[in-house]
Design a protein around this ligand. Structure first.
Ligand code: ZN
Ligand code: ZN
Ligand code: ZN
Ligand code: ZN
Length: 330
């Protein structure tokens, strides 16, 4: 036991950012077999689950298994939680006004011409300037790269395929959505959509991970598998999908894991997910969270609103409800 503890303390510091090969190299410096206590540079057989203990050979690893199992599982869960409960990266700023993009999808538009996400405020401001100047024909060109909209379905699909060649995760994920519904002259093809979602997800699209989770949850194009769905939603949440994060919180709530539910909803509320803030409020009312928890979630949500609000965006939302870019707090 002592040997194990020694190893663990040594390498624990930056575990979340440490690659398995780095871990092995750190372990290798301690050179102690967790089973027989043998020391030396040839003690290199790592527990491939927790990566926390070393053995001199496979036989020692096997013999130690029953002693190590519990500790190993505990550490694997701990490592998983460290990853899953980390605040994910936020969306980039709008490339025109340089203000943080809203999480609410109606507050931004993807431009397949240049692959930029532009906020509703900048699009609306550009359009109204064009109209005022009498350049009516220009009111729907891209405010970022000045490309006119595609003239046909074929032209639109061609643009998306170009984005795909450029490995643009959002473009790829949107193209997948078109295959799901058979839009713009594309045949309806869920297999193709899944293939694209996987590619978009690997390139960093949280929404693509989320969509794969839905496919597994509903058995669309794949065999229905809730466990698999959950794993994809976890990946989605870690890549920044607040809807996936919200759902994970709801699953934890169903199992009465209120602490874990709260942690998920707190992260999602910080990313502007109003439903998660409402959930924190509801478990606070039911006595499963403290007043401080709720106050903290509310402050985080308000700080998000502070980051994304702008006069231009307010004007866009007032002009057309389809430009709504946030929901007022509860
Ligand atoms: Zn040994
Ligand atoms: Zn282990
Ligand atoms: Zn903008
Ligand atoms: Zn553009």
């Amino acid at each position: 036991m002592l040997v194990e503890r020694f190893n663990r303390q040594d390498i624990r510091k930056d575990m979340s950012n440490t690659s398995p090969s780095e871990i092995s190299s750190v372990c290798a410096t301690t050179n102690t077999c967790a089973n027989c206590g043998k020391e030396g540079s040839d003690v290199t057989n790592t527990c491939n689950k927790c990566k926390m203990v070393m053995y001199c050979n496979a036989a020692c690893k096997k013999r130690h298994r029953h002693k190590h199992k519990k500790e190993c599982e505990r550490r694997v869960t701990e490592l998983h939680d460290e990853k899953i409960f980390k605040q994910p990266p936020t969306l980039e700023d709008c490339p025109i006004c340089m203000i943080r993009l809203p999480t609410l999808a109606t507050g931004r538009t993807y431009m397949a011409c240049c692959g930029k996400l532009i906020c509703c405020g900048c699009i609306r401001a550009f359009q109204s300037r064009a109209v005022k100047a009498g350049r009516i024909k220009e009111d729907d060109i891209c405010p970022f790269c000045r490309t006119p909209p595609p003239k046909s379905d074929e032209a639109m699909i061609k643009r998306y395929k170009k984005r795909m060649e450029l490995n643009d995760p959002i473009g790829i994920r949107n193209l997948a959505g078109m295959y799901v519904r058979g839009l713009y002259g594309l045949p309806q093809n869920i297999t193709k959509a899944l293939e694209l979602w996987h590619r978009g997800a690997e390139l960093g699209s949280a929404d693509a991970y989320y969509a794969i989770g839905i496919a597994y949850n509903q058995g669309r194009g794949v065999r229905r598998n809730e466990k698999e769905a959950m794993q994809y939603w976890e990946l989605a949440a870690m890549s920044g999908s607040s809807i996936a994060r919200h759902n994970l919180g709801c699953f934890e709530e169903q199992s009465s894991n209120y602490d874990r539910a709260l942690r998920h909803w707190m992260i999602a509320a910080t990313d502007g997910d109003l439903d998660s803030l409402k959930k924190v409020k509801s478990i606070y009312m039911d006595g499963h969270a403290t007043k401080d928890d709720y106050a903290k979630a509310l402050r985080s949500y308000q700080s998000y609103l502070h980051d994304i609000k702008s006069d231009q965006r307010d004007q866009a939302a007032a002009y057309d409800a389809r430009n709504k870019y946030y929901e007022s707090a509860v």
